[in-house]
Design a protein around this ligand. Structure first.
Ligand SMILES: [Zn+2]
Ligand SMILES: [Zn+2]
Length: 307
């Protein structure tokens, strides 16, 4: 099964309307409807056409002439699996069609997870799916630009522990445990006030850590350095939410200068929130009594996918 076939089938099995949980300009949560167009109702849909899809190359009965779908701004010609074809299959067409009657709704504007059904996801939801993937097979993709056709450049995943998630057009291999560790590091660093840009650059600013004891720099550096520069880290940072400062101090094992003898901070009974995420937090944080070390330090460094 091609990724677009899986996505299209998921959409067909999804109750309408599909709701996207997002926020308005002021950060208030709002729900919007995603009204995707049905390719079989496209005015140029040709039910009689038989052949291979221009884009995915899969054999198809029924298709839409590409000239009716791909405009002058389309730039993905080099990615087509069957360039000699002149039709696009319904599955690929579904992922590309803009709905002019509904805010130009189109799949490429959203991050999504397709399994039995199609989930249109905000960043916190994609984060939760990375930590807790659905039953395979599934397709997972995160968009940054909300402009690029990433569905047909994605991959079908068949394993919950090692899977793929697109970040824009890039297919990133995700080892679930490594992602869990990296997301926790990102969320902890955001919790002590580091921005995503600083985390990406590995920039540990003095003003972010001046209230902690002197070993803070080394502790943060030790966690951050092994992750940086990997593609998985870019994905994890993109979806990362934020710990509270208290959770972050606990996770990073930092000590405040002002409190020389701190009471037990890392309580497993403390609820941990991350943005709008409903997902239970990684058990490597705070609640894990088997080791006093943050997740990434238990084995000396962050675990990397070994493929
Ligand atoms: Zn949702
Ligand atoms: Zn196709």
């Amino acid at each position: 099964m091609t990724p677009t076939q899986l996505i299209y089938r998921a959409w067909q099995n999804t109750p309408r309307p599909i709701i996207y949980h997002t926020a308005d300009g002021k950060g208030n949560p709002i729900d919007t409807e995603c009204n995707f167009l049905d390719p079989l109702k496209h005015p140029k849909y040709d039910a009689e056409w038989n052949g291979n899809c221009l884009i995915c190359g899969a054999p198809s009965h029924g298709g839409i002439p590409y000239k009716a779908l791909l405009g002058s701004s389309y730039t993905d010609w080099s990615r087509h699996k069957c360039p000699e074809s002149n039709h696009i299959c319904p599955a690929c067409a579904f992922t590309m069609m803009l709905n002019p009657a509904s805010h130009r709704c189109c799949l490429f504007r959203y991050s999504f997870v397709a399994e039995k059904t199609l989930h249109i996801c905000n960043r916190a939801e994609i984060r939760d799916y990375i930590l807790e993937p659905p039953e395979p097979p599934f397709v997972m993709a995160a968009t940054i630009s909300q402009k690029k056709h990433i569905a047909f450049k994605s991959l079908v995943s068949y394993d919950r522990e090692n899977f793929f998630c697109n970040l824009e057009e890039e297919q990133i291999q995700v080892n679930r445990q490594a992602a869990k560790d990296m997301i926790a590091v990102c969320e902890a660093l955001r919790g002590i006030g580091m921005t995503k840009d600083e985390i990406m650059r590995g920039e540990i600013r003095y003003d972010r850590i001046k209230k902690f004891k002197l070993d803070a720099y080394d502790k943060i550096n030790h966690l951050l350095r092994p992750c940086m520069g990997t593609r998985l880290f870019s994905l994890c940072l993109f979806v990362a939410q934020k710990m509270t400062e208290e959770e972050a101090i606990c996770f990073l094992d930092l000590t405040l200068k002002t409190k020389p003898s701190q009471p037990e901070r890392c309580s497993s009974t403390q609820p941990i929130k991350a943005g709008t995420s409903k997902e239970a937090r990684p058990d490597t944080i705070c609640g894990n009594k088997s080791s006093g070390l943050p997740a990434g330090q238990q084995s000396g460094q962050i675990m990397f996918p070994n493929f």
